[in-house]
Design a binder for this molecule. Structure first.
Ligand SMILES: Nc1nc2c(c(=O)[nH]1)N[C@H]1C(S)=C(S)[C@@H](COP(=O)(O)OP(=O)(O)OC[C@H]3O[C@@H](n4cnc5c(=O)[nH]c(N)nc54)[C@H](O)[C@@H]3O)O[C@H]1N2
Ligand SMILES: Nc1nc2c(c(=O)[nH]1)N[C@H]1C(S)=C(S)[C@@H](COP(=O)(O)OP(=O)(O)OC[C@H]3O[C@@H](n4cnc5c(=O)[nH]c(N)nc54)[C@H](O)[C@@H]3O)O[C@H]1N2
Ligand code: SF4
Ligand SMILES: [Mo]
Length: 690
């Protein structure tokens, strides 16, 4: 055995910034230090990154496969656990067909895992029923970006370009908490922040607009209106590089600033000031985050912000542009390699005959052997255990009991399954409901690649072996596939072998990785896809010579404002919106196991304006019942004088009766199938405990 290295260069396991880190094995455990040379974080890390090693040794880290017997999860060995799963899948498939077995993946999985999971679902299970939590994340911006530019890459430019901008508009994004090191690149530009809350990011803004949740589409139409009527339209750019302006303008023409003010609450003068700042800047960016996107009109809203950027001539120019701030560690790569219901590797469409022919040839099967598109994430969860829905589900890299909309209903659907399998590093709330739980390796215990928010492919490197009997997701998929009668060579267990196949499968697709290799990455090359051959330097900046549509032009979208699926009424007079705090990550499965983070953000809370709290009979620190038409969540009151008085805010990181998703509903964006996480009508009351 070669000596294991004591220090490796790798990346943080959490968000899409993928901060560069160096891990060292020390007597006291794994120590993490920021990599000063990695351009994205430049020596910075957030509190989650600093404390990430604690999850490696979490007290309840999964060490053995678990199988439910007599109502309880009991330790077993791998071959026993995989046999139980293979038998269960075979039984369900025999009685109900291949689509009765479903897969739910995650944007935190490495490129190799995401790729092999999609292949496993389509070939070993033969199912169309695979989707993933990225549907809840950036699917709306991805749909809008793909339609406008012909290709979706969250940031079509490197993060470091932002620092040279004069103005950056952030629509529904709070990077001071969700990507703290990004703020290093946002120190020089003047910020325009659109957020119903006065967040830590808004505190740093030159201009903060506070729209009511669910009204960004009207606001973006209003900003386009100002750009046109104040003579700020970049006519030469619009004529040379775009199509569809006339139709888009027709839709925006009715949204004059005073009308927008009535709908959004944003003063007309502030709307004008925002557009003037962007238009006067030599270099400017428009960026969207989940606040603008997680709505039943999320795609149209992102499209309306793209319209604004196009009207001002920003996309496809050095030093200016539009981007969506992708969220999860591999949120970018996770959406390219085929774990999405409608997708094949290389960002190809599963309905496209040429895409099917290419991928099936790489996989050594006939195109007709590939299933078609399946249900989107929420629709998949909603169908579980129903007459024509899946009866077995395999979850890799998500904790939907906490993070899915209408979470109590989702937990009921999971309970109705014949077989629930969860592969995880810890006993998440979803794992606790499973029939079989598989212990897997995590970041510091494995090799692989992730693709960060700027489309740069990065190497994750192994420092140490996993504890107990944990195995990599790749080994799990291999073990299951062979039990289901697949040839073993189709499911390689080393990340590099999988990546070599991924390169071929992606060749010629939108996200072309064929020129990227472990060797090039290990030699320190900065490679952003597309990178079609080994001599190609990668593409840090897309669209400079033209957009990815056949005519090279970007598309304006004619989009209309519409209300949220649910508006406040007499019974539920307030709007609840949801999001994140610095010290917790997502469903909290990982970060709720880190003592420093628990100390910083220990329990569910609800931000309430003091006037609103007074009317509800609530004081600072009181326990509140927040109720929507779906159910009730309990959270500790935090009085926030800068919040809109019609809005309350809950983080979604907490389990049990503190789940924000007990409130959220099942309204979906018709185009991307993004749920409406950011608007629920609610009522606020004191919790009276006996
Ligand atoms: N600490 C931490 N960091 C994270 C994560 C985490 O869980 N914790 N998750 C990662 C992931 S996967 C993601 S997707 C990103 C998300 O990163 P962000 O998009 O920054 O996260 P959110 O907090 O969901 O939403 C941002 C802001 O939207 C505002 N908002 C709510 N409703 C509306 C609305 O209707 N309109 C507008 N304009 N704003 C609204 C909220 O007040 C919030 O401040 O963060 C990543 N980084
Ligand atoms: N109300 C509300 N709900 C939301 C949101 C919101 O803003 N508001 N945001 C949505 C968004 S943007 C997102 S991205 C989702 C995220 O929500 P989830 O999908 O629940 O994300 P995580 O909590 O990161 O869950 C990842 C799980 O996978 C495990 N895991 C980590 N690495 C691996 C691995 O390599 N292999 C395997 N098998 N498991 C692994 C972790 O321990 C954890 O249990 O939540 C969505 N839900
Ligand atoms: S900003 Fe994101 S990638 Fe960087 S240390 Fe924090 S969680 Fe990790
Ligand atoms: Mo996300």
């Amino acid at each position: 055995m070669p000596e294991r290295p004591r220090t490796v260069a790798t990346h943080c396991p959490y968000c899409a910034l993928q901060c560069g880190t160096r891990l060292t094995r020390e007597r006291a455990g794994v120590a993490v230090r920021p990599d000063a040379d990695f351009p994205v974080n430049q020596g910075g890390l957030c509190q989650k990154g600093w404390t990430a090693p604690a999850v490696l040794t979490a007290a309840d880290r999964l060490h053995h496969p678990l199988v439910r017997r007599g109502g309880r999860l009991r330790p077993t060995d791998w071959s026993g656990a995989l046999d139980v799963i293979a038998d269960g899948i075979t039984r369900v498939r025999r009685s109900r067909g291949a689509d009765a077995v479903a897969v739910f993946g995650g944007g935190g999985l490495t490129n190799e895992k995401a790729y092999l999971l999609g292949k496993f679902a389509r070939l070993a299970l033969g199912t169309s029923q695979i989707d993933y939590n990225g549907r809840f994340c950036m699917s709306a911006a991805a749909a809008a970006g793909g339609a406008a530019f012909g290709l979706d890459r969250g940031l079509p430019f490197p993060v470091t370009d932002l620092g040279a901008a004069d103005v950056v508009l952030l629509a529904g994004s709070n990077p001071a908490e969700t990507m703290p090191p990004l703020m290093r690149h946002l120190g020089a530009p003047d910020l325009v922040v659109l957020d119903p809350r006065r967040t830590a990011t808004a505190e740093r803004a030159a201009l903060h607009l506070q729209p009511a949740p669910g009204t960004d589409l009207a606001l973006a139409l209003g900003l386009l209106h100002v750009a046109v009527t104040d003579g700020l339209l970049d006519r030469d750019y619009v004529a040379a590089r775009t199509t569809g302006f006339t139709e888009a303008w027709q839709a925006a023409a009715g949204w004059w600033p005073e009308r927008v003010e009535r709908t959004t609450g944003v003063p007309a003068a502030d709307q004008r000031a925002a557009v003037r700042m962007l238009a006067d800047a030599e270099r400017a960016y428009v960026l969207t985050g989940r606040g603008a996107e997680q709505h039943s009109k999320g795609t149209d809203t992102a499209a309306a912000f793209i319209n604004l950027a196009l009207a001002l001539g920003l996309p496809g120019r050095v030093g200016s542009g539009y981007g969506c701030l992708t969220g999860q560690g591999n949120g970018q790569g996770g959406r390219e390699h085929g774990q999405k219901a409608d997708q094949l590797p290389g960002y190809r469409s599963i309905g496209d005959p040429a895409a099917r022919a290419h991928v099936s040839s790489v996989w050594g099967v006939a195109p007709a052997d590939l299933p078609g598109p399946g249900r989107s994430a929420y629709e998949l969860l909603d169908a579980l255990g129903t007459e024509d829905g899946p009866r077995a589900l395999l979850v890799f890299g998500s904790n939907p009991v906490v993070s899915a909309p209408r979470a109590a209903h989702v937990a009921d659907r999971l309970a109705a399954l014949d077989l629930l399998v969860v592969a995880d590093v810890v006993p998440s709330e979803t794992a606790q409901l499973a029939d079989v739980v598989l212990p897997v390796t995590q970041w510091a215990e494995e090799d692989g690649t992730t693709t960060n928010l700027e489309g740069r492919v990065l190497r994750r490197r192994r420092l140490q072996p996993p504890p107990g009997h944990a195995r990599s997701d790749l080994e799990v998929l291999h073990g299951l596939a062979t039990r289901l009668g697949q040839p073993g060579h189709r499911y390689p267990t080393t990340p590099k072998e999988v990546f070599e196949e991924l390169r071929r499968a992606s060749a010629g697709g939108g996200a072309d990785y064929s020129g990227i290799s472990y060797e090039r990455l290990d030699a320190g090359e900065a490679l952003h896809w597309p990178c079609p051959d080994e001599a190609h330097p990668g593409t840090p900046r897309l669209f400079l010579d033209g957009f990815a549509h056949p005519d090279g032009r970007a598309r304006f979208a004619a989009v209309e404002h519409r209300d949220a699926a649910e508006l406040p009424d007499a019974r539920y007079p307030l709007i609840a919106t949801t999001g994140r705090v610095l010290a917790q990550y997502q469903s909290g499965a990982q970060t709720r196991r880190v003592p420093e983070l628990v100390a910083a953000a220990p329990e569910p809370f609800v931000e309430v304006h003091p006037d609103t709290a007074r009317r509800a009979g609530l004081v600072e620190g009181a326990l509140a019942r927040i109720s929507s038409a779906r159910g009730t969540a309990l959270a500790r009151v935090r009085l926030v004088g800068t919040l809109r008085s019609d809005t309350v805010f809950l983080p979604f990181h907490f389990p049990g009766d503190g789940r924000a998703n007990l409130l959220t509903g099942d309204a979906l964006d018709p185009r991307s199938r993004m749920p409406e996480f950011k608007v629920s009508a609610v009522r606020l009351e004191p919790e009276v405990r006996a």
